[in-house]
Design a protein around this ligand. Structure first.
Ligand SMILES: Nc1ncnc2c1ncn2[C@@H]1O[C@H](COP(=O)(O)OP(=O)(O)OP(=O)(O)O)[C@@H](O)[C@H]1O
Length: 295
């Protein structure tokens, strides 16, 4: 669906994007994460034809969209970070308006709008957009991005600034769109959500791809960060004073950063007459990976 090759974007002497290449299959959901200023929005704008790269090639659905950005019009649904909605319009009129821009007849738009609002659990009635809550406005912006039934969605921070319930609802909604076969590229600072809904993840750092793959591949790459060692001991006073531990679930818990550390803890527990009950290796979360990658 998407083939991006060596994309770069320069603003004067500053390289916001520097040699970004990747492929995406039909129906994949890609999450782009990175610290503030890493280049996420810059990349999303290029993918949606809103901004031209300084260098590189990009094809979407086989079309060279840099040569002809209009090739994206029917296939793309774009959700900007901040959607400017038409405050005084009623939601249905607004969706009708955008449907007509895409050349759809009113009857088709009505049916689609009804279905979309329903699946987004949004019942705006006769309210004007300016009267809606932030979460409702985001849902309207999402409905607008889907009104022409695009196959490729580019969503910039779709859940930012929303309460946890609405954020989770929209996350699940996007996951459903992916399951229906839509190809989605989204950026997000809610890394738990990215882990939950994306097939693959791209970590951008200073305009470059620092890591790219499924969560399993990223875990492989970043390795196992810590071991949690759960143990019991009759007299904790006999434990080596260097061992730091806490109480957890009726047993003691010590943590180690590597295998040697885990063996050292086991030896200290055994020396005090205790017993290791279980050891869990804890893989780094996406958040920990991002912290490890640094700015
Ligand atoms: N029009 C512009 N002119 C100059 N610099 C720009 C412009 N747009 C973006 N940049 C710079 O490019 C870099 C990447 O910006 P971008 O908005 O893509 O980052 P981001 O990863 O989306 O950040 P955030 O998480 O804060 O939204 C930043 O250093 C930004 O200041």
């Amino acid at each position: 669906m998407i083939a991006a090759h060596d994309l770069a974007k320069e603003y004067g002497a500053f390289r916001a994007l520097d040699g970004v290449s990747f492929d995406l299959e039909d129906g994949e959901v890609l999450g782009i994460v990175g610290h503030n200023g890493a280049g996420k929005t810059t990349l999303l704008k290029i993918l949606s034809g809103l901004s031209l790269p300084t260098a590189g090639r990009l094809s979407v659905g086989g079309a060279d969209v840099l040569a002809d950005p209009s090739a994206l019009k029917q296939t793309l649904g774009y959700l900007p970070e901040e959607s400017r909605l038409y405050e005084t319009m009623r939601v249905h009129d607004y969706l009708l308006f955008f449907g007509e821009i895409y050349g759809l007849d009113r009857a088709t738009v009505r049916v689609r709008a009804e279905r979309l609002l329903d699946s987004l659990s949004l019942d705006p009635g006769e309210k004007k957009i300016g009267e809606l809550s932030k979460g409702m406005r985001r849902k309207v912006a999402i409905a607008r991005s889907l009104i022409h039934d695009p196959s490729f969605l580019v969503y910039d921070e779709p859940t930012s600034g929303l309460d946890p319930m609405t954020g989770r609802f929209i996350g699940e909604f996007l996951k459903g769109l992916g399951a229906e076969g839509k190809t989605i590229v989204l950026s997000a600072h809610n890394l738990f959500q990215v882990e939950a809904i994306c097939d693959r993840v791209m970590i951008l750092r200073r305009g470059r791809i620092e890591a790219f793959g499924t969560m399993a591949e990223l875990r492989e790459r970043f390795g196992s960060l810590t071991y949690a060692i759960y143990f019991t001991v009759l007299d904790a006073g006999l434990l080596d004073p260097d061992l730091s531990y806490s109480r957890a679930e009726g047993v003691y818990l010590a943590e180690a950063g590597d295998v040697e550390g885990m063996h050292a803890v086991t030896a200290m527990v055994t020396a005090a007459g205790g017993r290791v009950e279980r050891v869990e290796s804890r893989y780094p979360s996406l958040e920990e990976m991002l912290v490890a990658v640094g700015r």
